[in-house]
Every structure is written in C-alpha cells, then in structure tokens.
Design a protein around this ligand. Structure first.
Ligand code: HEM
Length: 418
C-alpha cells in the first residue's frame, strides 16, 4: 500500500470530493425534520421542497414523476421500506442507473430476490471475517501508522475518508499499483451529480477496466470478491459480466461513501461527549451499541427513493400510482414517538433497531461489513491514540461540525493525542 499511496499524491481525491461536497450543505436539518413530523408523517412534495432546501445540482439526476411525497415518521418510513407490490425501486433507473447500469438497487421482485440470493453468497459472514483479518485491519493500521507519532491528525482526511475505498479495492483483489487510478474513478463516480461529464466518463472507464478483471477471474479464479461473484450460482443462473460490473460500480458509493461518513459521525459524537468516549475506550463491550447510536443519531445517508406502483395508503395519506416517495431515514431515526430525546447522542440509551441501513427487501447488504470496518477503526484509534481529544483552536465556536443534507458527516476532525 505505501508505494501506492505515494503515487496518490498526484491526485488528491479528498480535495476533489470536498469541493463537490460543499454544494447544498445544511448544518442541522433535524429541527426542520422535527417540525415536519409534528405536522404529519407523510407530506406532499419532494424532500428538498418540503424542507425548503435548494437542490444543489440543477435539474440533473433530480428524477421526475407524476407526484412527489416525502415520508418522515418512523412508521411511514418503515411501511414504505417494507415494500410489497405497491412499492418499487425501479425509479432509480432514471437517475443512478444511468451511471451504475442495471444494479440491484433498481430491481424489484422477482428479479431482485434472485439476484440478491446470488450476491449474498459473496457477502457471507466467513468472507467478512477473512476481509477483516486480511484487509480491514492492515488497511486501518497503515493509515494510522502515518500519523500516530505526530500527536495530531485530521481523522477525516487521514483515516475515515481514504480507508473504506481502500478496503473495497482490497476486497476486489485489484493490484496495488492500479489503486490510485481506481480510487480516482471511484471519487468521480461518487461525484456524478456535481460533475456529470466526469462521472459518466469514469463510469465508462470503470466498465472497461472491470470487464477485463472479470474475464481474468473467470479463466483463473482467485480468493477475491470478483472471483466469488463470477462463481456464484443459484438454480443454474450465474451473474453476467454486465451484472457484476453494475454491482461493483454500485458498491463504490454504497460501501465507500457511507462508511467513511458513519465512522466520522461516530467519532464526532464521541469527541463532543468526552465522558462517553472514555467509557467506550475503557469498556470495549460498549462499542457495538456506540456504533448503532452513531448510525441512529447521524445517519450518513438521510434519504432514499421509492415509487408507488399503484394507489396506496401510507399512514392515512393517499399516494397515487406513479408518485415518487422520498424516504427520510434521518427523520425516522429521530422520531420522538420511538426515542426519548432523539437529538442527543447517548451510547447508553435503551437499544432499539434504527433504520440507517434501510429495512425490508433492499436492506443494506454490506451492513455487517460496515459495522466490522467501524469496529476495527475505532478499536485501533483507542489503542494507538491515547488521550484523544479535539484540537481546541479548530473546534472553537463550532468550527468543526457535521454538515450535509442527503449525505451527512464532518468534513474535518482535527484531533490531538498522546
Ligand atoms: C454505514 C455504512 C452504510 C450505510 C449507512 C448503508 C446504507 C444503505 C441503505 C440505506 C441501503 C438501501 C438503499 C435503497 O434501497 O435505496 C443500502 C443498500 C445497499 N448497500 Fe449499504 N450502507 C452502508 C455500507 C455498505 C457497504 C460497506 C456495502 C458493501 C461493500 C454496501 C452495499 C450495499 C448494497 C449492495 C445495497 C443494495 C442492496 C439491495 O438493493 O438489495 N453498503 N445501504
């Protein structure tokens, strides 16, 4: 990895990402969500409209449909995500499908069920355990090694941003010298809404690149995710190259961007609540519940989309066939009907399942992997960076904070330690 990271200095993916992420950010959407929940669980209008937030990217990829609704309460979000034959994910084909290809995200049953059955074979517990030992641990260690002796670091730029994409490339078994190019395409793909031209070009380049790797694995399988996907079989059906490419292009944003943000959010929660940080550091059995609380308190992805296939009643509101539905998981995770003092970060609160990984047929396929990644990163931070604390200058007057609307996380976490 070290050689590769030296090569990366020619292109700073963090900077490219940071510039694009600056658009359309909101410091704290939770009071707006709470106000809307008070008025009702289901609202007519798209998420940006009902929240009074400007859609940052013009008309590109904003999607369109006959009517628009936003669901905000836990019950309404749960009902929509449970799916069934009145709710579809196919509308993603008009937005993300343009760059991802026909991925699992936009499939409905029975296609989704069959395809997911195949993919799940490659994401088994055994596979995650092997990735933990062979890839996640060494990757996190590598990044922490670079600053552990320095006594200060920006934990976003130097750890939480780069490590999940490196984990994915490790899982794919890509040669380390190709990592910088792959990471650059990954970031350009993730930034598609900000720069569609670059995003579409990256999507095409990734397809060619991955297609070759899949052919190689078909003739000579290795112990990696591409080989596992190429080898999956269910009722005589195997994944085609196009299906594997679509899946691999999806897990770059699905697995890279979300995990980077969730680990940053958890660290922010702990750094701003030092007594909780100390408690978790001293008793690691609290770490799993701290991870869940971080995901509940600041879901990295606040909303996803669904579409009504027929007229449907959602918590007492009639939604017409063809309407698009913004499903606001960030709001559902703060529903006061389910959690007391939902705005507070409290690793000791009674545990109840949150909905940051969605729910129902499309519930996140990488949730176990994401938890393991965060656990490894936090454990190593606690072990290697004693007396971890915010850097006072940078944090003064809220200088460091969580930001964003559809995606949320801190853009920097300057810390001191030792
Ligand atoms: C904290 C980290 C993560 C969060 C919060 C998260 C969240 C989500 C959510 C909300 C969905 C549902 C999307 C929808 O139906 O519209 C989803 C689906 C998915 N996630 Fe994750 N995810 C995370 C990490 C990962 C990782 C690490 C991977 C894999 C490397 C991954 C792969 C996927 C895939 C493939 C789907 C599509 C599943 C389907 O459509 O059946 N995710 N994730």
């Amino acid at each position: 990895l070290s050689d590769v990271l030296t090569g990366e200095e020619h292109y700073d993916p963090y900077e490219a990402f940071d510039v694009a992420a600056g658009a359309g950010t909101v410091r704290d959407p939770y009071p707006i969500f709470a106000e809307l929940r008070r008025k009702g669980g289901v609202h007519r209008g798209g998420l940006y409209d009902v929240c009074g937030v400007e859609w940052p990217y013009g008309n590109v990829f904003s999607g369109s449909s006959t009517g628009e609704y936003t669901v905000m309460s836990y019950d309404a979000v749960h009902q929509v995500l449970r799916g069934g034959d009145t709710i579809s994910s196919a509308g993603y084909g008009q937005s993300m499908g343009l760059v991802m290809g026909h991925s699992i995200l936009e499939m409905d049953d029975p296609e989704h069920k069959d395809y997911r059955g195949l993919i799940e074979q490659a994401f088994s517990r055994k596979a995650v355990q092997r990735w933990e030992e062979q890839i996640i641990g060494p990757t996190v260690e590598h990044f922490i090694d670079r600053f552990a002796a320095r006594g200060r670091a920006d934990l976003v730029k130097e750890l939480t941003f780069p490590f999940p994409v490196h984990v994915i490339t490790g899982m794919l078994g890509l040669p380390t010298e190709e990592l910088p190019q792959f990471h650059a395409w990954a970031v350009e793909l993730i930034n598609i809404a900000a720069d569609p031209g670059r995003g579409l070009a990256a999507s095409a380049s990734l397809k060619d690149y991955l297609w070759e790797r899949i052919d190689e694995r078909r003739s000579k399988p290795k112990e990696d995710l591409i080989s596992a996907l190429a080898g999956c079989e269910l009722d005589g059906h195997r994944l085609t190259n196009d299906e594997i490419v679509a899946f691999l292009r999806l897990i770059l944003p699905a697995g890279g961007e979300t995990t980077y943000r969730s680990s940053g959010n958890l660290l922010f929660g702990l750094l701003t609540n030092p007594e909780q940080l100390e408690a978790v550091r001293n008793d690691r059995s609290l770490l799993p519940q701290a991870i869940e609380e971080g995901l509940r308190w600041e879901a990295p992805l606040t909303s996803i989309g669904r579409w009504a296939t027929r007229d449907v009643d959602i918590c007492g509101v009639q939604v017409e066939a063809g309407a698009s539905i913004s499903v606001c998981m960030g709001s559902a995770n703060h529903d006061e009907a389910r959690w007391e003092h939902p705005e507070e970060f409290d690793v000791f609160r009674p545990q109840k399942p949150h909905i940051a990984f969605a729910f129902g047929p499309h519930v996140c396929i990488g949730q176990h992997l994401a938890r393991v990644e965060t656990q490894v990163a936090l454990n190593m931070i606690f072990d290697r960076l004693p007396n971890l604390r915010p850097e006072p200058e940078a944090w003064r007057d809220g200088g460091v904070h969580i930001t964003g609307f559809a995606f949320r996380s801190p853009t920097a976490l300057p810390v001191l330690f030792g």
